[in-house]
Design a protein around this ligand. Sequence first.
Ligand code: SAM
Length: 241
Amino acid sequence: MSFTATVFTLFPEMFPGPLGHALSGKALQTGQWACDAVNIRDYTENKHNKVDEVPYGGGAGLVMSAQPIDAALDAHAGKPGRLVLMTPRGRPMDQALCRELATEPGVRILCGRYEGIDQRLIDKHEPLEVSVGDYVLSGGEVGALVMLDAIIRLLPGVMGNDLSGTDESFEGGLLEYPHYTRPAEWQGRTVPSVLLSGNHEAIARWRADKAIEITTARRPDLLDTEQAAVDETVSKERKRP
Ligand code: SAM
């Protein structure tokens, strides 16, 4: 069954954009997912199709009005999937969330612009608020593209070798080990000899050690999270009668 991405935006021409190429582009062509970009401006009820207003209380910038977004969401209420709002105030996006969303029939993504969206619209629709990182983008569209890219490659059958989705960074709480390809020597640099040994057990051990080494050096927070999850499971097990 196909996964449907419905994106609510002031810039529908930005979709599928880069997702129309390579892996996600091929999956789009073969119908493994569908992309519907809805122009919020088409749902305004004012003469000049205005989608923003000055903020109450003063301050810089403009705020997206509730009315056209509400009407756009209502007009597409039949579209499948959770409503996600792109916002720097949201929960950080991660592989676990993308994997979860990839099991659903689709996702509806609301992209903000300007200073953001009238809070009453957010309170009414209660979207899952998601951030793509601790920085401020000029709009939610690039964040939506990032999220969709991460979801689409996880859809069943999209990656040629389905194993490549489970054996990479963030799956299992670690960053991935380094990769090497032909030739065995390049500009005087050689490939670690274990990878040429044909000893699959030794290769698996080397890769596991490297993944732990890289994660410890670069993202010790991932190991802490993994350890916390293990501790929680052990403590639950101990409490069982
Ligand atoms: N005034 C807002 C603030 O300080 O939180 C930033 C608004 S930003 C210029 C415009 C829009 O870009 C936001 O409404 C949101 O949709 C999107 N955006 C910006 N940074 C984002 C991030 N880190 N993750 C997800 N969306 C983001």
